[in-house]
Design a protein around this ligand. Structure first.
Ligand SMILES: C[N+](C)(C)CCCC[C@H](N)C(=O)O
Length: 288
């Protein structure tokens, strides 16, 4: 089993993550809190209240976890394609796999990475939603002191299964949309690259950026549900399941609720995934 894809997936994921993190914090806050009027309002309030550091709350943990998650995604994707088409990463330029195979491999990668991502994503969302300013003498301390404290508190208060809160919604969000992610990327690369050649860096950047946008646009409705289920049990009422959360969110806030965070998700998706794919391709090229 080729391991380069796992390593390249890890490094490229970490680069993308840092770049997109401030957007991600604003997105999570807009999706789960009602105090902000929009993107700019959320940015201004976060900055005033918590300084630049507020945008990077809970990042150390995802940086560590992206090592696992993105390498599982890219490693499983590439190895599924290898199993389906008997071609390695290098051979795939000359013999491109069918879109059905790409989709199946993307969905498989998405499905399996969701399991690894779930606890990390839960901790990230809980920490991002702590709007208290950095420790000031006299002010009440935030509920979670950091990622490890957050993980142990969830474990103690909500049980081991509590760490997988929202995991189903996450799996439903990621399985099809990771198929869409890789299809968009391969399709755009294929269209703008002469037969048998490697795509140029510009092509990889644009194709990666659009892959991020299409997959996030389709993932946003379930992303909202996922974030809400992760916050449930803390300061919001617990939902009976994914369907219950969908129905009650729509009843209370209208259909628009499913598009919360769409603009910011797309704005974040382009640079993050352009950098992710460029560094992924570059590293594999270097090692071949
Ligand atoms: C499938 N889904 C849309 C959820 C994610 C696709 C892009 C994943 C990337 N690491 C990022 O953070 O943007």
């Amino acid at each position: 089993m080729p391991v380069e894809e796992f390593v390249a997936g890890w490094i490229s994921g970490a680069l993308g993550l840092v770049l997109g993190y401030p957007f991600d914090t604003v997105k999570v806050r807009l999706q789960t809190q009602t105090t902000y009027r929009g993107i700019v309002d959320c940015m201004v309030k976060t900055y005033r209240h918590e300084s630049l550091l507020g945008f990077f709350k809970g990042m150390s943990f995802p940086i560590a976890s992206i090592a696992v998650v993105n390498s599982v995604l890219f490693g499983i994707y590439s190895n599924t394609l290898l199993a389906l088409t008997a071609t390695s990463h290098q051979e795939r330029r000359a013999q491109p796999p069918s879109y059905t195979h790409i989709f199946i491999a993307g969905c498989t990668g998405g499905f399996l990475q969701a399991y690894f991502l779930a606890p990390f994503d839960l901790i990230k969302v809980r920490l991002q939603n702590q709007t208290e300013p950095r420790a000031k003498p006299g002010s009440p301390p935030p509920r979670y002191r950091g990622p490890v404290h957050c993980a142990t508190s969830i474990f103690q208060e909500e049980g081991p299964r509590g760490l997988f809160r929202g995991a189903w919604a996450l799996t439903l969000r990621d399985t099809p949309t990771m198929g869409i992610y890789f299809i968009t990327y391969e399709c755009l690369c294929h269209q703008s690259t002469p037969e048998g050649q490697n795509p140029s860096s510009a092509t990889v950047l644009v194709a990666g950026g659009f892959a991020g946008i299409t997959s996030w646009v389709t993932a946003t409705p379930l992303d909202v549900i996922k974030s809400r289920m992760q916050m449930a049990g803390l300061n919001q009422r617990a939902h009976r399941g994914v369907l219950d959360c969908i129905v009650s969110s729509a009843r209370q806030e209208g259909l628009g609720v499913f598009f919360r965070g769409l603009t910011i998700n797309s704005a974040r998706a382009f640079p993050v995934n352009a950098v992710t794919f460029l560094s992924y391709e570059y590293l594999l090229h270097l090692w071949q």
